[in-house]
Design a protein around this ligand. Structure first.
Ligand code: OOB
Length: 551
């Protein structure tokens, strides 16, 4: 067991094995099996349509990459930060690492120095795989700069178009190659991959997922979505995100022998063209992308989307009015998905009545998922009432990586994860998300930790205190609003200055405030804490659409 991980109790693990949820098959081995089964069928297609990789070729590619990594000292138990755009290389890298028993630690391409530095530190990664040129941000230059400051330099591998001359300690991923070596003996009960948490604390935490639990999640969700060798998945959201990676997404599609097509942006021009060209049958998106696609559909885009059967929508609340437009206007079946990188997934099903699909977030994907809806004291509330969602099950973590203090708060004694989401269960057991208690802004599908942004805002000399709250937005669902109390006698810094500061401090763009409100003092709760509910209500009232008054 990797130090810093919390195992499932042995009796529970035995139960999950006996029930066939955990099959003892490491992810790297599964690719070998898929290659045998699906051989010359296409597995991966790049957005440009030129890079097309069959199952057999992917299997060989991973073997050679794994050998190349091994030759550079990357071995079992080692962590590697993977920060790649949606390309076939991303999948090859993951499986090469799985085969070595090394663990990919996922970062988003949108992450900058602050997040990357933190993830390298926390994970103890020995290497960082990042994108080359052409992504709109110079990850290589940023890594050079970070390397000079870091006490423990890591090997850097540059994917895609690498600059002609690479700095010392940097290797083009294309040069990582070697004759296949015997695969490592990987225990499927062990951690296989680290996913990123949505961030309730100031800095993201790492979610250790085992080979067994992740393989089960992909299998069970692929089954619910009815995937088979004719399924074609469009990976629109960043592939490092749990939703596209394995719900069922990329891995679920490979398990079924289907084809994964990568999109580099969620823009309808690109995605609709890919759907038409590749006869995409399903994809997964966030509500913000639904808005974009509906607007494009209303304008007439001239693309044939007839192959698209299933649209999974999740990661942020999908409002009923928007949900109701998906079928008629895009001609696809909607599936609502509620999920978290920590584990639990709930889906609406193919044969659910329209009411359930439009108004609920569905029910758990596994019969072994346990759900408790609890009051603030942790006691179950009566069915139908709203409370905090607690959960445990065969693919839900028992603890974050290297976070004992946080784990003591985030998990109950009997191993339930406290999600921070407010939900209720309908009479027939469907989950409805009603809100949340965790201090997170869900901007589109990106999770922004209020505490993290507040900490950085407080670094401005003219800011005495900052409080970050969610601001309702018709397209993004929520945006980031920062309330500021200026330092005594100082002018409030303008929003542009605050955004510049946060960027300079290495924060990803999606976390920067979309609006700044300046106040003399914050409202306080009875316990003398900043009353964020009052601030959220204030900004909601200020930004509410004004309704025309009738005479
Ligand atoms: C997904 O994963 P994360 O880890 O980025 O974020 C999890 C949180 C949940 O705790 C909840 O607050 C929110 O995102 N959320 C939703 C939702 N789905 C997720 N809130 C309202 N309605 C929904 N349908 O976001 C994620 C992971 C796997 C599949 C889908 C989403």
């Amino acid at each position: 067991m990797l130090d810093g991980c919390v195992p499932w109790p042995e009796d529970v693990a035995a139960k999950y094995r006996a029930a066939g949820y955990w099959r003892g098959e490491p992810l790297g081995m599964l690719l070998g099996r898929w290659a045998e089964q699906y051989g010359e069928r296409e597995a991966l297609v790049g957005a440009d349509g030129c890079s097309r990789v069959t199952y057999r070729a992917l299997d060989r590619w991973c073997d050679r990459l794994a050998a190349g990594f091994a030759a550079r000292g990357i071995g079992a138990g080692e962590r590697v930060l993977v920060q790649l755009p949606n390309t076939p290389e991303f999948v090859a890298v993951c499986f090469a690492l799985f085969r070595l028993g090394a663990l990919p630690v996922f970062a988003l391409p949108a992450h900058r120095a602050a997040e990357v530095g933190h993830l390298l530190e926390l994970s103890g990664a020995v290497a960082h795989i990042l994108p080359g040129t052409g992504t709109g941000y110079d990850h290589v230059a940023a890594a050079v700069e970070a390397r000079a400051r870091r006490a423990r330099p890591v090997q850097v591998f540059v994917a895609g178009e690498a600059p002609a001359v690479l700095p010392e300690g940097f290797t083009a991923l294309a040069d990582v190659d070697g004759d296949p070596v015997a695969p490592a003996d990987v225990d499927a009960f062990r951690r296989g991959v680290f996913l990123l948490s949505g961030g309730t604390t100031a800095l993201p935490k790492l979610i250790p997922r085992t080979h067994d639990d992740y393989a089960y999640q992909c299998r069970v969700t692929a089954g619910i979505c009815g995937l088979d060798a004719d399924s074609v998945y469009l990976a629109v959201l960043p592939a490092e995100f749990n939703f596209p990676f394995g719900c069922p997404g990329i891995l679920g599609t490979l398990h079924a022998g289907g084809r994964v097509v990568f999109a580099l942006s969620p823009q309808p021009e690109e995605c609709f063209a890919l759907i038409e060209r590749e006869h995409v049958t399903f994809t997964s998106v966030i509500p913000t992308i639904v808005h974009l696609w509906l607007a494009a559909a209303a304008q007439g885009h001239g693309r044939d989307l007839g192959s698209l059967q299933l649209l999974q929508v999740g990661s942020a609340k999908l409002h009923e009015e928007l949900a109701a437009r998906i079928g008629p206007e895009l001609g696809v079946r909607l599936q609502q998905v509620f999920g978290m990188a920590e584990g639990l997934l709930t889906f609406t099903r193919d044969d659910d009545p329209a009411d359930v699909v439009l108004r609920t977030q569905g029910r758990p994907v596994s019969e072994a998922d346990e759900i408790r809806v609890a009051d603030p004291d942790g006691r179950p509330v009566p069915r139908g009432e709203t409370g905090e969602l607690l959960t445990r099950g065969p693919y839900t973590l028992r603890g974050y990586y290297r976070a004992p203090e946080h784990n003591a708060r985030a998990f109950t004694e009997d191993g339930f994860y406290r999600s921070g989401d407010l939900v209720r269960l309908t009479a027939d057991g469907q989950l409805v998300v009603e809100g949340r208690i965790k201090d997170v802004v869900i901007r589109g599908g990106d999770k922004v930790s209020a505490t993290e942004v507040e900490g950085h805002l407080g670094a401005h000399p003219d800011v005495q205190q900052a409080a970050v709250v969610a601001m309702p937005d018709p397209v993004w669902g929520e945006k980031v609003c920062a309330y500021i109390v200026p330092a005594p006698g100082r002018p409030a810094p303008p929003m542009a200055a605050l955004r510049r500061l946060l960027r300079a401090r290495g924060l990803a763009d999606y976390k920067l405030p979309d609006r700044v409100e300046v106040v003399d003092a914050f409202p306080l709760t009875g316990l003398n804490k900043v009353d964020k509910k009052a601030l959220a209500a204030d900004i909601a009232a200020k930004t509410a659409p004004t309704r025309p008054t009738t005479a």
